[in-house]
Design a protein around this ligand. Sequence first.
Ligand SMILES: [Fe+2]
Length: 300
Amino acid sequence: MICKSLPGCFGIEISKIDLSSSLSNDEITNIKKLFQDFHLIVFKEQNLNDDDQLKFTEYFGELEEFPEADKTKESNKTYHVANVTVEGKHLKEEDDQVIFQKVNQRWHTDSSYRFIPSYASLLYGIEVLPDEARGGETEFVNMFKVYENLEDDLKTKLESLHMVHYYEYGRRMFPNLPPVSAFERENIPPVSHPIIRLHPDRNNKRSLFFTANAGNEIGGMKQEEGASLHSHLVDIVENSSFQYKHRWEKGDLVMWDNRCLLHRAIPYDMNKYRRVFRRTTVAGSTAIKGPFLNPENIRN
Ligand SMILES: [Fe+2]
């Protein structure tokens, strides 16, 4: 196993390890430590079928199930992220499945619309764009660093605020999409999460936590006021220098920590190029903790 730091302030590339083989306890422990320290790992030159990826993902915790039956294959624990059907047909840019990919071109963390959002996502490159194609990368940003560099008065303002996250928000961006199913509406209602997130596994270190693909409302604020603050936060992330852009090669498995990174897909010519990924996701274990739940802030 060979490790190399990625450009930017987080992330590591690991090569010369075969994730489809049985890994030793020492190897798993080592990978978990690197993940905790670097937030993102790129595993190079993998050859993984569905079962290999599911098995590797399970080393990190319970698997998250996807609510959308039409975007999964045999298992509802693997997610087909592609502009190609599971049978292999290249879809037009206007197809609903492809439009769903565009929702992910906004900064987000996976499954922020759940009461307990995911811990980690693992995305495997099956068909990737050729070298000459523009776009198609996945871009990440370190939200610990973004938080640290906020102005003090903004930090104070955000301290007690929540954002409302809801799965149906994609329909506001793309109103022509079919409505959510009764199952989706029933199982994933809107939720609020603190905008400042405490990380109990890091001595309650703070990060900024919001998304741009699952809403723009801030609890307790008028809609326009909340949307304006949300848009300001998006601008800050957009212009931050704490980013890493991953240019995909076939066989890359990229694993990232949804608790402290945002990501987005970079647009590309969807009618010209096929792009096929498989995603598995490690479920989170607890609801998000905000500063108001910090024991130091509770009066005796
Ligand atoms: Fe995503």
